[in-house]
Structure formats: structure tokens, C-alpha cells
Design a protein. Structure first.
Ligand SMILES: [Zn+2]
Ligand SMILES: [Zn+2]
Length: 306
């Protein structure tokens, strides 16, 4: 390929990669959910999208420096597996011990309303779910930045010095549970069916790997509706005037409504990270927010003497 043709190919890739991963991912999910093994099919599609982004990161990286290892890959994967695995384990326990699960969930099930518009086409039900869940996600995320009690858990996610597809799921398990509670319990109480939760999970999964990938994507008008890599990079900025913005997980509606939408006309920052220190190992990263000295480290304060 001539250098001109290569440049043209990269240009097209920059514009196509976001819609390609998002819309093809969701189309794949559509067929996956209709198959005999919906969760296995979805996991395969998701893994394919991660691999694709991993490759595109090497072709058109946003920041060359972020291609280099930071020693955190194993921790990133361990946090992802733990937080995702915990939800799977809860579901598995429900299958293995149905009586126990029924006894535990019965009081919650009794509170469930039947307000959910189950007769709507799934596209509208899923879109409604994304917006309702986003209200909880937005506030969980904003509180995690504005309240020190919650920041101690969320700082782990912001401690990365490179953004790439693999650190999408680097969340402290408490941070994740807080977000899941605020976003999914309202849907459950409204009586949303299981399929709606699948779709919400699919949208969150694809938007998530897109927002963190180190691909020089052009997202144009998508920046005004969805949480895109461009917007989320600002959110990871060390400069808090830039970083305490763009809290949206999937869509940016509530950032626009509550005045935290940030999309200036310049390339988003690559100076990312936090002032404090995160512990080096996986287990100490989990326990750090529970000790006084650990919290002081996270906040970038000196340990107290005596
Ligand atoms: Zn954040
Ligand atoms: Zn992030």
C-alpha cells in the first residue's frame, strides 16, 4: 500500500471504528440473545470486539505512549473478573439454591410494580432502560468524585496512567456494586423483564470498551449523545476542572442537564491520573480504602505519625 492509501485507510478507520464496534456489537448481541446459549454467544461477541479494538489501538493509537505496559495489566484483569464474576456468582447461587434465593428475594419481589411498558418494541424498552439506569449511573459516578467517602473506592479506576481497552473494567468492587445498585434497582422495581437487563448490559459493555480504548477515533455528532472516548479522556484528566466533568456512563443526557458536559474544541488531555497513590498489588488495592493510612495514600496525604 502506498503511504497515501495507508493514510486514507487510517482516516476511514478513524471515522468508522466507533459506529462499527457499537452498532455491529449490538447487532451481534441481537442474534446472540436469540440463540440457544445467549450468555455464551454474547461473551464471544464481546471478546471479539475487545480483540478488534486491541488491534486498532496498534494501527491508529490516540497516544503512542499508552501502548507501553504500565505493570497494571494483571491487576486490571483481576478487578474486571472479580466485579463481573461476583454478579455471575450471585446468579449461579440463585440457580443452585433456588429455595434460598427465593426466600432472600421474596421481600424485594413483593415490592415490584408492574409499571414497565412490556408491550413496547424491545428497541424502545432498551432505550428507556438505558436512560433510567443512566440517572443512577450519573449520580453514583458524580458522588464518587464529589464525596471523599466514595472517592476512596473510585480512585482506583482513575489511578491509571494509560487508557486502553483492557483497563475498562478496573473498578473497585464496592464502587461497582454502588453503581449497579443505583442504576438497576429502579428498573427492577418498575418490573423490567430480564431481556431489558441483557440489553442494558450489552450497551454498557460496548460503550465501556469504546470509552477506554486508545484509538484515535473521530466521533463527531456521537459526542453529543453518547459517552465517547473523546469525552471520557477529559474525564480522566489530572486537571480537576477538566476531570470533574462527563460523568455519563452510556449517554451524556444528564451531564447536559446538570451542567457537567465538557467538550472543548481541542484534542482531549493525555495528562491523566490522580494525585494520590494506589497500592501496588491486587489484594492491597482491594483493602486500601478500608484502612486510615490507605485512605491518606489515596488522597495524596502523608501518613500520620504515632
Ligand atoms: Zn470517574
Ligand atoms: Zn474511565
Amino acid at each position: 500500500m502506498t503511504s497515501k492509501a495507508a493514510a486514507a485507510a487510517k482516516y476511514i478507520l478513524a471515522y468508522l471504528s466507533w459506529p462499527l464496534v457499537f452498532f455491529f456489537g449490538l447487532t451481534g448481541a441481537y442474534f446472540g440473545f436469540a440463540s440457544a446459549h445467549p450468555m455464551v454467544a454474547f461473551a464471544a461477541i464481546y471478546a471479539g470486539a475487545v480483540l478488534l479494538l486491541f488491534l486498532v489501538e496498534r494501527i491508529i493509537p490516540y497516544e503512542e505512549r499508552w501502548l507501553q505496559a504500565d505493570g497494571e495489566t494483571a491487576n486490571d484483569i483481576a478487578h474486571t473478573v472479580l466485579t463481573k464474576g461476583l454478579v455471575e456468582l450471585a446468579a449461579l447461587a440463585g440457580v443452585i439454591f433456588p429455595m434460598f434465593a427465593a426466600a432472600l428475594l421474596q421481600p424485594i419481589a413483593a415490592m415490584q410494580f408492574s409499571l414497565w411498558p412490556s408491550s413496547w418494541p424491545m428497541l424502545f424498552q432498551a432505550s428507556l432502560a438505558v436512560i433510567i439506569a443512566e440517572f443512577g449511573l450519573y449520580w453514583a459516578h458524580r458522588i464518587a468524585h464529589e464525596r471523599l467517602f466514595f472517592w476512596r473506592f473510585h480512585a482506583l479506576h482513575h489511578s491509571v496512567t494509560r487508557l486502553w481497552v483492557i483497563n475498562t473494567g478496573r473498578f473497585h468492587v464496592i464502587d461497582s456494586l454502588f453503581k449497579i445498585a443505583l442504576s438497576q434497582i429502579p428498573l427492577y422495581l418498575l418490573g423490567a423483564p430480564l431481556q431489558v437487563f441483557w440489553w442494558l448490559g450489552a450497551v454498557t459493555a460496548f460503550i465501556g470498551i469504546l470509552t477506554h480504548c486508545n484509538v484515535d477515533m473521530r466521533t463527531g455528532l456521537f459526542d453529543f449523545v453518547f459517552s465517547t472516548p473523546r469525552l471520557h479522556r477529559w474525564h480522566h484528566s489530572k486537571d480537576l476542572r477538566e476531570g470533574n466533568t462527563n460523568y455519563g456512563e452510556n449517554v451524556v443526557l444528564f451531564d447536559q442537564l446538570f451542567g457537567t458536559y465538557f467538550n472543548p474544541d481541542r484534542p482531549s488531555s493525555t495528562d491523566i491520573g490522580i494525585k494520590g497513590q494506589i497500592a501496588p498489588g491486587f489484594v492491597s488495592q482491594l483493602t486500601q480504602p478500608f484502612t486510615k493510612d490507605g485512605v491518606r495514600q489515596i488522597l495524596g496525604l502523608k501518613p500520620k505519625r504515632g
